[in-house]
Structure formats: C-alpha cells, structure tokens
Write a protein of this length. Structure first.
Length: 460
C-alpha cells in the first residue's frame, strides 16, 4: 500500500504543465487526495486570500461530507491559514489543544480541528496567494517534519498550477475586453469581393469579408479564433453580418450578397432578425468552419426556417473531408470550390478530373458551383470548359471597401465581361448612389480609396 501511495505521489510530481482550467482543477484535486491519504488526515484543501477572506478553492474529505466545500469563505483573521503565514501559528500542529492560540480560535471547534499542517502558496514573483493545508479531527503525535517537507514539495506545484491558471484568466479577460471594445467601436471594415458568371465574366454577386484595424499584422482568423475561445464568436459574427447587410442597398438589385456564418451563429437563431426584409434572391449564407460542426441535427433544424429567405452555400469544397460531409447532409444550394483546387488547374489533369466530377455531381442535383481563387485567364478558360457556373478571385477583383465595390459594379467601364453603355446605365439606376457624408454608412469609408482591380494577367 505504501508503495502504491509513493508511486501516486511520484506521478503527481512528474507533472509540469496543465493545459486548461478543468485540467488544473483536476490535478489539484488529485494532489489533495494523494497527500491527505498519505498523511492519514481527514480534510485537505487549497485556499485563496481574497478581499479580506479565505476562500476555499478545492476541498477533499475522507468522509465525502466535509464541513467546508469549494466556494465557501470566512474572515482571514480568524483562520489558521492567515496566522500560519503571519508566523503566529506553527506550520505543523500535532495537537491543537496544546497551542493556546489555536485552541482559542472559533474555527477549531467549528471544524473540529485536532491536528493541522499548513504551508503558504506563493507565486513566482513572491506574492502570497493563499495556503495548502491538511487537518485531522483528532490529535496526531505521529506528524513529523518530513510530513511538512512533503507538503512544501507539493505547495510550489499547486502554486504553479494556480499561477498559470491566473495568467490564463488574465489573458482571456484581456481578449474579452479587446473584442468587446472592437465590436462596440466598430474597429473593422467590411470589404466585398465580386463573384462573376464564368461564361461571360459579368458580375452577379459579392462575398462580404472583414478587415480589422490590425490586419497588417494579424489575420482575421486570429480574431475569430480568440472570439470563439472567450464565448464572443457569435456576437462578433453577428456584428460583421449586420455591417455587411447594411451595405447591400448601395449595390445593383441583381447583385446578391454572400455572408459567412459559423454553425454556432446559425444555431443561435439570431440571424433571422438581421436578414428580415431582405429579398431572398439577394442573400446567401455561407457555412464557415471556425470550429467543426458537432450537431448536424441541430444545425439543420435552424437552417430550415432560414432557407425560406436565403440560399445556403458550403465553402472550401475540395480542401477536406468535412466539406463533402456538409454537402451530403445539409444539401446546399451553392458549392464553392476551394482555391487550392483552382490554382494552376489547367496544368493538373487529376484536379481537372476532380472538378469535372464535382460539376457533374452539382448539375445532377441542381446545385450552383462557384470556383474561388481564380487568378488568371488560363484557369478561367479551363473552368469554362468544365462547365463551372460562377467564378471569384483576384483575376476579377480583390476585396474592396463599400465605395470602391459600388463604383466597380455601377460605374466602372473596365469591369470584366461584355457590358454595353446601356447595361451600365441600367446597373447604375438599380443601385443607390453612395454619399460619403451619409452618417449611416455601414463602414468607415475613404474617399481616397482606389479599387484594386486584380492582377489583370492573361497567363498564370
């Protein structure tokens, strides 16, 4: 039995890093159990000194029904923990009745303390966090300095776990503050990338994307990942979708808008209010994967009422298995081929065959196929030969702010695809002219912005 306990203690000592808060709590509890059993004590606990009180963070009892539990607290001044850290009580007490200071404390009778071991918990900067303690309801004259030494071995381990957890919580709090501030002050810009018919290059739609204030040093994916981590993923996506939809009125009526939304945002049921009143033919919801879809049944349940007002698209098809699973289960109206399939497509017979198979599959189910990442004319020509419906990429346009995108679609004589002067007038009258002084503009626009037309290359 002693060997088993020693092995358990050795295993605990070998742990150095705790990955997350739940693992930290589990590891501290394991230490409490192992030490309490090894020392034959009745209760072991870890406490934090906070706002003048001793707060019990983790408690383990031999009986399973301790007079204290995690979350309980009492005044610091009346605790053994405080008096030990102040040097007014010894760290090892074999019989509390023999120590007048201990015997006189109300907590001694309240918790029926006969023997006590306690060591302070300090962070790496020397700051006192709280204590790690064990108590017995009976005096124990077998307690020895080696038992206290063992407590002092595990004390720094517990303190290290708690310090890492504290730093992680500070990091999460900082992220929460930054993202909330960014959403409230709208420190982001919606940009729009055009989508075109493959056969003649005429524009038919836009995909709404986002650029954040620090986009030059961080990718938008970092913001989405951090927002999801602290539970603000849905709130961030909704703010971006709301901003993108506000720009739709500035584009010709035949132009539809694709909005990116995660499964979590769709399941939240909060999209309906934002999309209400927008004609069905003008909106597409594109499923993005910041996180894997865990519950298709729940997703389908919330998608169904949305489909009465929008079309539904699956993104990144060809980049992994999950997108193919989405197609089979969710039955989209639109499939978007990943740019990795399209890059130099004309030079790769295997990818040509794969795209051809996807074209056949899509046409058999009346699904529209959109190829992303088109960067040159050779790629476009190959996609036309294969029968892909629509295309998107730098060959046509880079993502543009609202003013530039509106100008590109309504006024630009150099827009790709055949467009007569009459067509341009027709398109222009369908959109609302953008007034740069309009206080209701959905994004902060620059009057000095010049649209980026794409690479304008004929060869890859």
């Amino acid at each position: 039995m002693a060997d088993m306990k020693n092995n358990a203690l050795a295993k605990l000592l070998s742990r150095s890093e705790i990955a997350n808060e739940s693992a930290a709590a589990e590891s501290i509890q394991e230490i409490l159990v192992a030490l309490r059993e090894h020392l034959k004590m009745d209760i072991a606990f870890v406490s934090e000194f906070k706002d003048g009180r001793r707060v019990f963070l983790s408690v383990n009892s031999a009986s399973g029904e301790a007079p204290i539990k995690a979350g309980d607290s009492d005044p610091i001044e009346e605790s053994y923990c405080h008096l030990i850290t102040e040097g007014q009580l010894p760290e090892i007490i074999m019989d509390t009745s023999l120590i007048p200071k201990a015997d006189s404390l109300a907590v001694t009778s309240a918790l029926s303390i006969g023997a006590y071991l306690g060591v302070p918990l300090r962070f790496s900067d020397g700051r006192l966090f709280g204590t790690f303690c064990c108590l017995s309801h009976r005096p124990d004259i077998t307690l020895h300095d080696r038992d206290l030494s063992l407590m002092k071995v595990f004390g720094p381990i517990i303190a290290g776990i708690l310090e890492r957890r504290s730093e992680e919580q500070k990091r999460r709090n900082t992220i929460t503050t930054d993202i909330s501030k960014m959403i409230d002050s709208r420190q982001f810009m919606t940009v729009y990338q055009t989508i075109h018919k493959a056969f003649d290059g005429s524009p038919v739609g836009l995909e709404a994307l986002t650029r954040f204030a620090d986009s030059e040093v961080r990718s938008p994916a970092d913001w989405f990942e951090e927002a999801s981590e602290v539970g603000l993923g849905v709130e961030l996506e909704l703010a971006l979708i709301r901003n993108a939809v506000a720009g739709l009125r500035y584009f010709p009526n035949h132009i539809y808008l694709t909005l990116n939304a995660s499964a979590e945002t769709i399941i939240s049921g909060k999209l309906d209010e934002i999309l209400r009143g927008v004609p069905q033919e003008r909106l597409v919801i594109e499923l993005t994967e910041h996180e894997a879809v865990e519950n298709y049944t729940e997703l389908q349940k919330h998608l169904q009422p949305l489909r009465d007002r929008v079309r539904f698209a699956i993104d990144d098809v060809g980049a992994g298995f999950s997108s193919l699973r989405h197609i089979l289960i969710l039955e989209p109206d639109i499939i978007k081929l990943d740019a990795s399939l399209i890059h130099n497509l004309h030079e790769d017979p295997k990818r040509i065959a794969l795209v051809q198979a996807l074209v056949t599959f899509a046409k058999s189910l009346d699904i529209i196929l959109v190829a992303e990442g088109v960067e040159c004319e050779d790629e476009l020509n190959e996609l036309r030969k294969l029968g892909v419906d629509k295309v998107q990429g730098y060959f046509f346009s880079r993502p543009m702010p609202l003013l530039a995108a509106s100008h590109f679609l309504c006024f630009d004589p150099d827009i790709r695809g055949p467009q007569t002067a009459a067509d341009q007038v027709k398109s222009t009258t369908r959109g609302v002219a953008v007034d740069v002084n309009d206080p209701n503009l959905p994004v902060a626009e620059s009057t000095n912005f010049r649209p980026q037309k794409g690479r304008l290359t004929s060869k890859c």
